[in-house]
Design a protein around this ligand. Structure first.
Ligand code: 0L1
Ligand code: MG
Length: 257
C-alpha cells in the first residue's frame, strides 16, 4: 500500500522546519509522479500556514538553462512563498535555518491585480504594479542536493528564503538586463535576464498558467520570483550576497551563523 501524501508532506515539512537533510522521497516511493509532488507541496505548505505563516507569493524555478543543467531537471517548476521566508533587504538570514543553502540572482514582480490561466505577456505585465531586483535562497531538504522532479516539487521547489530590493516602474524593459551576483564583494555569477525563459515576463506568464492548474491565482499584492538567470551559488555562514541588476539596482543580505 502506498504511503498517504499527507504523511510525505509531514516528512518534507519537518525536514524544512528542523533544517534536517532527508533521503529523496522517490527512493522509497518510486511511484510518485510530478502531480503527486505538487499535491505534497500544497499539503506541506498548508502545515506552515496552520502554524501561522502567511502566503505572500510564488516562486518560479528552473527557468534558465544554467539552473536545469545544475540540478539535472529540465522542466519549469513553481513553489509557494510565505512571509517567514522573507529576509529584509540588507538584513541577515540565519544559516542554522538551512541544510545547505544556495543563492540565486532573480527579478521579482509585485502584482497589482489578480492573474491566472492563459495570458499574453502584455496581459501579464498589465497586472504588475512594480518590478525589483531579488535574491532567492534555495535549500534542498534532500541529502547532497540530489532529487528527481517529483522530489523537488514536493519540497516546495527548494524555496527557502527571498530578499527583494526597491520596487521600480514596471515599464522597465526586463528582456536583457545584465545581472552580477557577488559573494563577499567577489563576482561569482554573471548573466542576463534574457536567460530567464528569454524574458522574465515569460516566467510570469508561466506562473499564471501553472498555478491555475492547481486552482490558484497570482493575487494582487503577491510577489512572484521569475527564477534565476544563472546557476545558484553555495552560501556558507559569513557570506554577504549581493546582486546588481542593470537599470533595477542592487539588493543584498548576509548569511549569518
Ligand atoms: O529556484 C530554482 O530554480 C530552484 C528550483 C529547484 C532546483 C534547485 O534546488 O536548484
Ligand atoms: Mg530560484
Amino acid at each position: 500500500m502506498s504511503t498517504p501524501l499527507a504523511t510525505l508532506a509531514e516528512t518534507v515539512d519537518e525536514a524544512a522546519r528542523t533544517a534536517t537533510a532527508i533521503p529523496q522521497l522517490s527512493i522509497d516511493h518510486p511511484y510518485l509522479g510530478v502531480d503527486d509532488g505538487y499535491a505534497i507541496q500544497a499539503l506541506s505548505v498548508a502545515r506552515r500556514l496552520a502554524r501561522g505563516e502567511r502566503r505572500v507569493g510564488v516562486k518560479m524555478g528552473l527557468t534558465s538553462r544554467a539552473k536545469m543543467v545544475q540540478v539535472g531537471v529540465d522542466e519549469v517548476i513553481w513553489g509557494r512563498l510565505t512571509d517567514a521566508m522573507r529576509v529584509e533587504e540588507g538584513g541577515e538570514a540565519s544559516f542554522a535555518r538551512y541544510v545547505h543553502p544556495r543563492v540565486e540572482p532573480e527579478i521579482a514582480f509585485l502584482m497589482a491585480d489578480d492573474l491566472s490561466g492563459n495570458v499574453s505577456p502584455a496581459e501579464a505585465m498589465s497586472a504588475v504594479e512594480a518590478v525589483a531586483p531579488a535574491l532567492e535562497i534555495i535549500d534542498s531538504r534532500y541529502r547532497d542536493f540530489k532529487f528527481s522532479l517529483p522530489d523537488v516539487v514536493a519540497d516546495n521547489s527548494s524555496s527557502s528564503g527571498f530578499v527583494v530590493g526597491n520596487w521600480r516602474d514596471p515599464e522597465t524593459d526586463l528582456s536583457n538586463l545584465g545581472m552580477i551576483l557577488e559573494a563577499n564583494g567577489r563576482p561569482v555569477q554573471m548573466g542576463s535576464s534574457a536567460a530567464i525563459l528569454g524574458d522574465p515576463v515569460r516566467a510570469l506568464v508561466a506562473a499564471a498558467r501553472m498555478v491555475a492548474r492547481w486552482g490558484e491565482k497570482l493575487e494582487a499584492g503577491m510577489i512572484v520570483l521569475a527564477g534565476a538567470a544563472t546557476a545558484a551559488h553555495p552560501t556558507p555562514a559569513g557570506t554577504h550576497m549581493r546582486v546588481t541588476v542593470q537599470d533595477l539596482g542592487a539588493v543584498s543580505f548576509t548569511m549569518a551563523e
